[in-house]
Design a protein around this ligand. Sequence first.
Ligand code: HEM
Length: 126
Amino acid sequence: MKNLESREDIELLVNSFYSKVVKDEVIGFFFKEVVKVNWDLHLPKMYSFWESILFGQMSYKGNPMAIHFPINESTAMEKKHFDRWLSLWKETISENFEGENASMAITKSENIAKLMSYKMGMARKI
Ligand code: HEM
């Protein structure tokens, strides 16, 4: 098992994660039907997003919360979806990596998912 320490590591992690996501019966449809994700654009954004979070590279410029509001408007993003997202993310990390950055990738994802889930829930009440 290796440490999560380079852009190549992040690429492997993100690619493995989304190959699980697209096959997943609980959240796969968000990426194939609700949004027809352009993977050539989305994957590099996700590499930069995680590189910025884990290595402080600041290569990601975007607003992850804002991207999810229109998705949530067309199909509610509920707790069960966030739970599945997180369990696939954690599973992918623990299959490939260990160490401080691997733990940080888990903690950060839990915090962001919690906030995102809350915001999506609030947006549906307005
Ligand atoms: C139920 C859970 C989630 C679903 C269904 C979901 C779905 C999506 C979809 C479909 C896109 C692509 C939008 C597009 O191509 O236009 C996207 C983008 C993105 N998601 Fe999620 N997401 C979820 C949770 C999360 C979480 C927990 C995080 C962060 C830890 C996250 C971070 C991002 C980022 C950074 C982008 C790219 C934003 C950009 O284009 O700048 N997502 N998400």
